[in-house]
Design a protein around this ligand. Sequence first.
Ligand SMILES: [Zn+2]
Length: 138
Amino acid sequence: MKVNAQCNNCGHVYEVELSILTGKNLSHFNGDFAKTNYCYKNGKKCNENKNSNEPKNLTEEEWREVFNYAEIRMDWGLEDDSTLEEFKRMVYAVKFDYVNESPGYVGDFYIIMGSAMMMPLFLTRNKEGLLETEKLME
Ligand SMILES: [Zn+2]
């Protein structure tokens, strides 16, 4: 049985199989909503990863997502016959597992920058897991 859970460590809201919540990681459960002491990200407890603010490389799948993202295609003037390899030579890209001070867990955060010193594009994921452009505070 799956229940909704929120991680007390990083604020991440997720669905979890009730049977894997044990006394150690479960801090509160009211019958349908669980509070957990930590969640798992990439197979690691998120609280073991707390200071993992290092930049990460995009996976091939993430490169493809960025390449197919409408705003990127427009900004970089990508044509139907543009290739991912050409695109990779045009941009600088980095990923962070981002936690905001408020409201908390953000998750994938991408910075995509061109070679012309224009403003970089900041991308995060929405609730459906799709990329969206992040408007940062000024
Ligand atoms: Zn967590």
